[in-house]
Design a protein around this ligand. Structure first.
Ligand code: ACO
Length: 429
């Protein structure tokens, strides 16, 4: 017999279907709750609300599981590339060699920016945050590729838009960096693969090609793979919500970039390193910062700790921590901030305040340390996250678009304002 949830309201029993996912996660389908009962549910921060069904990423925060299209994140990080991961997330299956080559080629041929777009960089203050520019430029791509704005895009339209986005986001990032450094732009190279091409645009100069190091490419590959998707997080839900109005992919992803920018989400990696620097400046006294974070009267938080869904450990942080140590050992770098990170992590994991609240290091705790070692400035860390998250956003937008049952997102509210009252003329206020 089909399992049903019973809800008793005003003495009357209502039944709602139970939905069971592939991994046995269960939900009460309340699609008809309001029409049948006139009640809505209230769920601040959507901690208990499923906004969709999705076949892209599975995560279990209690046991620290993360899988892309069924493949454990540990295997993806060890064996895959960011380009292959992007294909898997967006198209649902591993590509055969020829398909992967075609996909990688499409990323190479779409890397150039329209010459008019280069003028954007002149119009944006060098001190402006790069996430603002990234969001504006991603949205502006819609002006340069109007043929991709169909509200009913074909598979070919989606393929081209995805390639434009995955590819151009690297060029936009590298040019933003060059502009901030007062250096000339370095054009993308079609003979380079995705990550080497990004590093080349970032760090080559007209007279000095960037010295490509396998360890750096591999570390960046891992970090981007780990960030590639994380199901219905704040930015991905934003992409889906904006896209649910049939807004085009460029506009939807531009909104996702803005959602990611916040320090509680993708902006955390920047804040983590700034926190390490602050601790360093304060003479390395980590306890002072821990005490501040524990003080209920102080809103200060230790950045890089805690996660809405991971309540035991973040599987990505385990992988990224090893990668950071490996990179530093191979490059022979000694970064005092890494020492601070290690000491802080050790102290927090022993502290009852954090263990009772299930606050463990998240992926951003170590990602910034890796970016720093590569030479990426702190202010660009959230942009790096956006490059990594691009395939996830595209995959979710595409999945939503292809689901004939998708509806425009429109939550309800419980109104707590004034009851009806009369307009008050100016002289009586
Ligand atoms: N430092 C100190 N205390 C914390 C922290 C932290 N980093 N995170 C949560 N807490 C405390 C809260 O003060 C609260 O304490 P209380 O119960 O005494 O009031 C309790 O833990 C629960 O916190 P919530 O905010 O309810 O937890 P939520 O699940 O909503 O927040 C979040 C998750 C936003 C990630 C939070 O842990 C945080 O702010 N972390 C720091 C920012 C960060 O690292 N963000 C990156 C997230 S990962 C990513 O986006 C890739």
């Amino acid at each position: 017999m089909e399992e049903k949830a019973k809800i008793i309201l005003d003495g009357k029993t209502f039944e709602f279907p139970i939905i069971v996912g592939t991994e046995n996660e269960k939900a009460i389908d309340i699609t008809n709750l309001r029409s049948e009962t006139s009640y809505i549910t209230l769920d601040n921060g959507f901690g208990n609300t499923g906004s969709c069904t999705s076949g892209i990423t599975f995560l279990d925060g209690e046991t620290g599981i993360l899988r892309y299209r069924g493949i454990p994140i540990e295997q993806m990080a060890e064996k895959s590339t960011f380009v292959e991961t992007s294909y898997l997330l967006i198209y649902g299956e591993f590509p055969q060699r020829q398909k992967l080559d075609e996909f990688a080629h499409s990323l190479k041929i779409h890397a150039d920016l329209h010459p008019d777009m280069l003028k954007f960089f002149d119009g944006y203050p060098t001190t402006g945050h790069p996430m603002g520019l990234l969001s504006a430029m991603v949205c502006s791509l819609s002006g340069y590729y109007p043929e991709l704005l169909n509200t009913e895009p074909t598979q070919e339209d989606i393929r081209t838009t995805a390639a434009e986005l995955l590819s151009k986001v690297c060029t936009i990032t590298a040019y933003t960096y060059k502009k901030s450094m007062g250096e000339p732009f370095v054009a993308p190279r079609r003979d380079f693969e995705y990550i080497p091409n990004f590093l080349h645009m970032m760090f080559s100069s007209p007279h000095q090609p960037y010295k490509m190091m396998e360890e750096v490419v591999s570390a960046l590959e891992t970090v981007l793979i780990l960030h590639a998707d994380h199901e219905q997080n704040c930015s991905t839900s934003t992409v889906r919500l904006v896209g649910s109005s049939w807004a085009n992919l460029f506009a939807s992803i531009s909104a996702g970039v803005c959602a990611l920018w916040g320090p509680l989400h993708g902006g955390a990696n920047q804040q983590v390193v700034e926190m390490f620097e602050e601790i360093q400046k304060a003479g390395g006294d980590i306890q002072k910062f821990i005490d501040r974070a524990k003080d209920p009267k102080d809103s200060y938080r230790l950045m890089g700790f805690g996660h809405r869904v991971y309540k035991n450990f973040d599987p990505r942080s385990k992988i990224i921590k090893e990668k950071a140590h490996e990179l530093f050992a191979k490059l022979g770098i000694h970064d005092p901030l890494l020492d601070i990170a290690v000491r802080l992590e050790e102290a927090v994991l022993k502290d009852d305040y954090f263990t009772q609240r299930k606050l463990y290091p998240n992926v951003d705790f170590y990602s910034g340390i890796i970016y720093r070692a590569i030479g990426i400035p702190t202010v660009m860390f959230p942009v790096m996250f956006a490059i990594g998250r691009m395939p996830g956003w595209i995959a979710h937008w595409k999945e939503m678009k292809e689901n004939s049952k998708s509806k425009i997102g429109r939550p309800r509210q419980i109104y707590t304002g004034e009851r009806v009252r009369d307009y008050i003329p100016m002289e009586q206020r």
